[in-house]
Unconditional design. Structure first.
Lengths: 1098, 438
């Protein structure tokens, strides 16, 4: 690879012309029989003189050209030149005799079998693949691109071994949760570091408990979401410590390096892409909810049972019975004894119904366009692109719109100095629905609980408020989903600019100086608006309630809407300077040394304003003058926060290769950051790694092994660390205002966290051993890795004696290890001129183990010690007894709930110690899949191609939210049909305090009120193991043949039809939209998308 | 090779510049250094509100509760001394917040030699920190341990002590004597440092010379160190002996933070629930001569036939020490010292501002006729009336006869026997869970 770089750099240098001849011709790809664009065709003095210096380095002047879009080239050389070289990245370089024939040459390039010549871009260095000692994976965007996917993170699913990507939510722009080689932390961020063209991006951390109701409906902007996948060339994932340690402390969870597209030398190339995609409506029937008839019968059953009195006046049936004064009559004498009108009204309910799936979900037609212009001259290259992405989500009221502009330019100022500048600008506008604090109105949740017979509008078109969505027994704040959508608004506009400027200066042939400045600016504007006529505002008004002195209530919230704005302004710069020294001597020693510094500063300002009594016509708010509002955070009108961080790092790497066979590599980095109040000499963390590789292929004995064409063994070891910035050895306070006595407000300093001078930094030690094996001329290419990671001194909150002055303190409390393997196999199954079939398969397995963790005495659930990080614990049930009460296993015997929980009349939860409570549980499985991976098959027949991508998870233990609570069945809510099976199979019967049966009252009391640890949610009936394969994409393409293209004056025209997420095979996940979000009653469905696109190049 | 030199220079300078580069002080955060910082720091501790005085009022004999009252589940089990299996909804007595305040005080004391600023300000601040710490231990030991008895204090179990923060420390219970020794040594240290004689209005939540003397007077009274208590009361009265004349106006209570009597207005003594969802017990009502005792009108209000306290959760009702208590402390100590005449005079000096002219005359006559023992009883009665709903009563019951209390609640009679073990409050559940040594 070095060869090509040097050649390209030196291309412009002209030889003094003597007698000249014109060499011309055409370069083709042997397999595809397509012109190769941008191939280098040149003559070198080395060839002229037939003298080769050290292999890989060519000195002296050369001349030549690059091929145009038809693969044509033409240039003049002196007549005595006998050979020219034709080279192109990824192809074998051809040496052509031009001593006799030199015009209209037909040159066929063969794809390079020597993948070792590839260059791996780590973000700090470009390392030749043959010298690579680390574990990494690289994919080209063209391999993984999918239509209708806003952000690249989701496209990586199933593509790379050891990288687990899981959808968190189906909404537009929802981030994908990525974990590389398991989780190495219990509390901290487990997200990898994203790097764009050498600049680490800020702002990609996903909230730890993203699926939580408080986070899932929040609009957030992520740096990676601002990037148009069309602008990306390739993605490299750095997995082991020797690859990531150069990134310092932030890289403990792995690094994903994005290399963006740049212009190629040659005439301007215009590429246009248009795709329309249809997002399908979610399959609402997956939720298995009761229909109107089932629900009416269910309510009648509840009303007929005198023991089930929970919220017994709710639900339409109870309202009808109460309205006619027939409730008791019905309860004692049955349906036939009640008045005909009441019977009629109840029966009418069976016929009416709202399909909540239609009200909440939609089919949407969406578009995506992009246009790029790229090219390059002798001394520069350029790439401009723009794109629009417009997606309306499958959930009504959600969507994402993105506009992109990318500009990249590189110039060679002299043959030693080159500069590059790149700008990535984007605007992301995402919008969604509003949900309150308790998330009753989250569409996924609401659709599960809203009654099937409830109408949304009445005959006159007026909104019908849900009579069963009530706050308290005496308070209904009138919720209607249509009114709420119409009168509320929630959107986030984030404008983002990433700018990169680099300078390369080649001091001499061995030393190169690089400096790169990257800026990242993100401005986010969030607006949340609830009109006066919205449930949201009515609910907020409750916070302003006060007693009016005459037995009633008054509200100090002014009339009008509520408008909230969050303006965030984030900035970072990253200035990186490196000096590279690459040399080789005595033909067999190669040495690459890099030293560098990196300085980084970031800051973020967030301003949150709230306006009350907002009038959407005058755009004004009304001030609250009531003094009761002063002390309430909910009515605070302005809050600003500002965070600033600085980092300084120094690093060096050395790589030595002997005889192209053995490479050893070492890296060291000192990471400094602004630890408040800490002595400068303790602000630095040392991080280091070592690695080695053995290129077995270069050994003589391999000459006799024909089947193997590539074989390398790698090993690495490294140490990474992390400092918890929230805990200080010092007493650190924050300013607040308070008033101890009336009329005197003072500034106070309050300590936020208990200081801990004994806190050590978190440390992760990783080791990796792997191989790369190419067989039968790389028809089969296998990469495998085995790794171990041990993270010790993990920081976590521990409860401390209250006498210390605190409840909790951050301490080093846990050690976690991860162990696993990864295997990637790429095969070219059939390779013929008209038909190609290739397969990529990857599989990985990761097993985490919590080796050490302090047991918290107050915990209800067992400690993770000895289990995996995502261990699932459950209580083993043994079916139900004749009264429908759950039975449990203990010491191989079935026992009743009374014995199991030691229930008695006085039971209040304290009959068991917490330790005894923990002992109720058994380990039932790992929440992380045992195996995960992907399978991609590509077929090509003449102008047609087909790609089928699938990803799979095998054996993952998941827990659903109980479909009902047997003591709290509310007739006003809808339930999954599971509830109809209550009292049969393993489903516990519905019980009340007076339900007949032995000790039913004790069991009722326990599950209803004294079970503080909420063990009902942890019964093993809610747990299961699932495995599934998701066909994430089926892509069918057609490229116009060359003849037609010539007529149309196009260089390429492709049509594609793609179906995403069409099928999921595997275990049953009834009750939820998708296996990925199994258990989350708040998640939006992952959409099925069908897209049709066209791609044109001129 | 000259480039290499430049590069070397560049690297060197960046190394050197780096320490400054990383010196970012986060906005809104601070490591206290100056005396002003430490003042703001200690104010946090002063501002930490505990409701233990409110809860002991529920536990004592000053209130009467209705079964159906709003929020009753939070107080019911305290009211009927149900410590065995209380409802999970019951309010927990303060524990962590005392130690949190102690953490702040300890930190100020630990840094007394390195904080920067005027020495006088430092002395005053550190003096306050000692006093605040002593007050926390005094409240703790009087909630969670038996009252001080000279003979048994060295073996009676008290509360854990910490005077220095250490994240790995274990905390074991110290004897009552050890706790009182710490309280007294802190008071001494405070006395030596405090320079502000009296705090101005609005800042009178902070300790001053007069406040530390008042505190001392109370500590010695609780220890039955009568003469020392008299001395301390007199020292405090020398600075402030003002009493509010309720004959002039009964619109304001003498316990309010802006009354002339206020010495330290730090602790909350009442709450919204006490004022609205509880009523004054019959025995307390009966102890007032409603026509001649001006306090009755000042302290209580008749709502739909039941009497409720006018003190509520508002900050203006905060009260820890006030002048009237000094008179009562002094009278009680003098009586114990058998100085009957002096005790009477002291009591009458207070009574003058509390009773109508006629009432005072009757009261004087009554006192003259009393034996020493009757006088002692009367002083405690007067103390109960004067300091009603001020968080004194429970402690006064505890440290004196530990009398039998019977209460009616929900149609049942509940009894706290004479010398009942429940005169000591058990450590809160969360404290026991987090510290197995309790």
């Amino acid at each position: 690879m070095n060869k090509i770089i040097y050649l390209l750099l030196l291309l412009p240098t002209l030889l003094l012309a003597q007698e000249q001849k014109t060499i011309s011709g055409n370069v083709f790809d042997t397999n595809a029989n397509m012109p190769v664009i941008g191939a280098s065709v040149f003559a070198s003095s080395a060839i002229i003189s037939h003298k080769t210096t050290i292999d890989g380095v060519i000195q002296g002047a050369m001349l030549g050209s690059t091929t145009d879009f038809d693969g044509n080239f033409m240039f003049k050389v002196s007549t005595d030149i006998k050979y020219i070289l034709v080279s192109y990245m990824g192809y074998e370089t051809q040496k052509i005799d031009v001593s006799k024939d030199f015009s209209n040459l037909k040159i066929f390039l063969k794809e390079s079998s020597e993948r070792l010549n590839e260059v791996i871009i780590t973000g700090y260095q470009k390392i030749e693949k043959r010298k690579m000692t680390s574990s990494y994976a690289k994919v080209k965007i063209s391999e993984i691109q999918q239509a209708g996917v806003a952000s690249v993170d989701q496209m990586l699913s199933g593509q790379i071994s050891g990288v687990q990507i899981s959808a968190t939510n189906g909404g537009p722009g929802a981030p994908a949760k990525i974990s590389i080689r398991g989780t190495s932390t219990l509390n901290g961020s487990s997200d990898p570091l994203w790097v764009l063209d050498g600049i680490p991006l800020e702002g990609n951390d996903i909230p730890k408990n993203y699926g939580d109701k408080d986070n899932i409906d929040n609009l957030e902007s992520y740096a990676i979401a601002g990037l148009n996948p069309e602008d990306i060339e390739s993605i490299t994932v750095l997995k082991d410590a020797s690859a990531t340690s150069i990134y310092g402390a932030r890289a403990a969870n792995g690094v994903i390096v994005i290399t963006s597209k740049r212009g190629k030398k040659g005439a301007m190339r215009i590429n246009f892409n248009a795709t329309s995609f249809v997002t399908q409506k979610a399959d609402f029937s997956k939720l298995n909810l009761m229909n109107s008839t089932q629900k009416v019968d269910f309510e009648l059953m509840l009303a007929s049972r005198s023991d089930l009195k929970y919220q017994s006046n709710r639900g339409a049936v109870a309202r009808i019975l109460n309205h006619h004064g027939e409730y008791d009559n019905f309860a004692s004498h049955g349906f036939n004894s009640i008045s005909a009108t009441a019977q009629q009204e109840i029966n009418n309910l069976r016929g009416t119904g709202t399909n909540w799936g239609d009200e909440l979900y939609q089919m949407a037609l969406n578009q995506q366009y992009s246009l790029s212009l790229s090219g390059g001259g002798e001394k520069n290259d350029y790439y401009f692109s723009t794109g629009v992405f417009d997606e309306k989500g499958a959930t009504k009221g959600t969507g994402l719109k993105r506009y992109n502009i990318t500009i990249k330019n590189n110039f060679d100022i002299t043959n030693k100095l080159s500069v590059g500048a790149a700008l990535f600008g984007s605007q992301n506008k995402s919008y969604s629905y509003i949900t309150g604090v308790d998330a009753y109105t989250n569409p996924s949740y609401y659709s599960r609980t809203a009654n099937p017979y409830l109408k949304v509008t009445d005959a006159a078109g007026n909104y019908v408020y849900d009579p069963d969505l009530i706050e308290r027994s005496d308070l209904n704040l009138d919720y209607n989903i249509l009114e709420e959508r119409k009168n509320t608004n929630y959107e986030l506009t984030s404008n983002s600019l990433k700018a990169i400027f680099d300078v390369h200066y080649k001091i001499n042939k061995e030393i190169q100086f690089n400096s790169q400045v990257g800026l990242q600016l993100d401005f986010g504007k969030t607006e949340k608006f609830g009109d006066e006529n919205s449930y949201y505002t009515r609910k907020y008004e409750q916070k302003s309630r006060y007693s009016d002195g005459s037995g009633g209530y008054a509200y100090f919230l002014p009339k009008g809407g509520i408008i909230q704005n969050w303006n965030s302004d984030a900035f970072q710069y990253n200035w990186k300077t490196t000096v590279n020294y690459n040399t080789s001597f005595d033909d067999i020693h190669e040495l690459d040394v890099m030293v560098g510094t990196e300085f980084r500063k970031n800051n973020r300002t967030l301003i949150h304003t709230k306006g009350f009594g907002y009038n959407p016509n005058t755009l004004t708010t009304t001030a609250i003058t009531d003094e009761r509002a002063v002390s309430l955070a909910s009515f605070e009108t302005y809050r600003k926060s500002y965070i600033e961080n600085a980092y300084a790092s120094f690093f060096a790497t050395t790589s030595y290769t002997f005889d192209k066979r053995y490479t050893v590599f070492g890296s060291l980095r000192y990471d400094g950051s602004n630890l408040f109040g800490v002595d400068p000499k303790y602000r630095y963390l040392p991080l280091w790694s070592m690695a080695g590789s053995w290129n077995v292929m270069q050994e003589e004995f391999m000459d006799y092994v024909d089947v193997v064409n590539e074989f390398k063994i790698r090993a690495s070891y490294g140490v990474q660390g992390n400092i918890d910035k929230t805990t200080s050895p010092y007493v650190v306070g924050e300013y607040y205002l308070t008033s101890v006595l009336p009329g005197n407000t003072e500034q106070i300093i309050r300590v936020q966290n208990a200081p801990n001078a004994k806190l050590r930094w978190e440390k992760t030690v990783s080791s990796n051993i792997g191989f790369d094996l190419g067989l039968f001329d790389n028809k089969i290419y296998i990469s495998g890795d085995y790794y171990q990671r041990k993270s010790s001194d993990l920081i976590g909150l521990k409860s401390v004696p209250l006498e210390s002055g605190y409840n909790f303190i951050n301490t080093n409390w846990a050690t976690i290890s991860n162990e696993g393997f990864e295997l990637a196999i790429n095969t070219r199954n059939i390779h013929s001129p008209n038909f190609n079939w290739s397969t990529s398969f990857n599989i990985s397995h990761n097993k985490s183990l919590v080796e050490e963790i302090e047991i918290r005495d107050e915990d209800f659930k067992p400690s993770l010690k000895g289990y995996s990080v995502n261990a699932v614990f459950a209580i083993k049930t043994a079916g139900i007894d004749s009264n429908g009460l759950p039975l449990f296993w203990r010491d191989g015997k079935k026992i009743s709930a009374v014995d199991f929980y030691k229930l008695s009349e006085a039971t209040d939860g304290s009959q068991m110690t917490r330790e005894a409570h923990r002992d109720l549980y058994s380990y039932v499985g790992d929440g992380a899949p045992k195996f995960s991976g992907g399978l991609i098959n590509k077929f090509k027949y003449k102008q047609f191609n087909l790609k089928v991508s699938a990803n799979f998870n095998i054996k993952q233990t998941v827990k659903q939210s109980p479909s009902y609570l047997p003591t709290l069945v509310d007739p006003g809510k809808n339930y999954a049909t599971d509830i109809l099976k209550a009292g049969t199979g393993n489903y516990p019967a519905l019980i009340g305090y007076t339900t007949p049966g032995f000790d039913t009252d004790l069991v009722y009391n326990w599950f209803n009120s004294s079970d503080d640890g909420r063990t009902y949610n942890d019964l093993d009936i809610w747990v299961k193991d699932i495995s599934y394969v998701r066909i994430s994409s089926i892509q069918f393409g057609y490229s116009l043949p060359k003849k037609q293209l010539e007529k149309l004056k196009l260089s390429r025209m492709n049509f594609s039809l793609e179906g995403r997420n069409l099928f999921v095979f595997g275990s049953n996940y009834d009750g939820y939209f998708d296996p990925e979000t199994f258990g989350s009653i708040y998640a939006q469905p992952i959409p099925k998308v069908i897209s049709l696109g066209v791609n044109l190049s001129f | 090779m000259k480039y290499l030199k430049y590069i070397a220079v560049l690297f060197m300078t960046s190394f050197i510049a780096c320490d400054d580069y990383l010196d970012l002080d986060p906005v809104g955060q601070i490591i206290p250094k100056t005396v002003d910082d430490y003042r703001s720091f200690l104010t946090t501790a002063y501002a930490s509100a505990t409701d233990h005085k409110v809860l002991t009022t529920y536990r004592g004999d000053e209130l009467s509760l209705e079964e159906g009252a709003v929020g009753i589940e939070q107080y019911e089990d305290i009211f009927i001394w149900n410590d065995e299996n209380p409802s999970p909804l019951v309010r927990s007595f303060a524990y962590a917040s005392f130690y949190n305040t102690i953490f702040y005080a300890n930190h100020v004391i630990d840094n007394k030699d390195i904080m920067t600023g005027e020495q006088e300000e430092i002395d005053q601040l550190v003096g306050e920190a000692y006093a605040l710490r002593a007050l926390q231990y005094f409240e703790l030991v009087n909630l969670y341990a038996v009252p001080y008895h000279k003979t048994t204090a060295t073996t009676d179990v008290g509360v854990p002590i910490t005077t220095h923060y250490d994240s790995d420390k274990t905390y074991t219970k110290q004897t009552v004597q050890t706790v009182y020794d710490l309280i007294l040594s802190d008071i001494d240290a405070s006395e030596n440092l405090l320079t502000t004689v009296e705090q101005v209005l609005g800042f009178n939540y902070r300790f001053s010379v007069v406040a530390i003397q008042s505190f001392k007077s109370r500590v010695f009274l609780y220890q039955n160190e009568w003469q020392k208590s008299v001395d301390a009361s007199e020292a405090a009265l020398e600075i402030n002996a003002n009493l509010m004349d309720l004959n002039i106006s009964a619109d304001m209570m003498p316990s309010e933070y802006n009354s002339v009597e206020s010495i330290l207005a730090l602790e909350a003594v009442a709450s919204f629930d006490i004022a609205n969802n509880a009523s004054i017990s019959e025995s307390l009502i009966a102890s007032y001569k409603q026509t001649s005792d001006r306090r009755f009108e000042a302290y209580f209000t008749n709502v739909k036939g039941v009497f409720k306290t006018k003190k509520s959760g508002h900050d203006r009702f905060k009260c820890t020490f006030r002048v009237a208590e000094l008179y009562l402390n002094k009278a009680e100590a003098l009586a114990e010292l058998k100085e009957q005449a002096l005790a009477e005079t002291t009591l009458l000096a207070l009574a003058k501002y509390r009773y109508t002219a006629q009432g005072l005359e009757d009261y004087t006559t009554a006192l003259k006729a009393m034996s020493l023992d009757d006088l002692k009883t009367e002083i405690l009665e007067e103390r109960k009336r004067e300091l009603a709903i001020e968080g004194h009563r429970w402690n006064d019951l505890r440290r004196t006869s530990q009398a039998k209390i019977s209460k009616s609640f929900g149609g049942k009679i509940f009894v706290l026997e004479n010398q009942d073990v429940r005169y000591v409050i058990p450590f809160p559940k969360d404290a026991q869970i987090s510290n197995p040594n309790l």
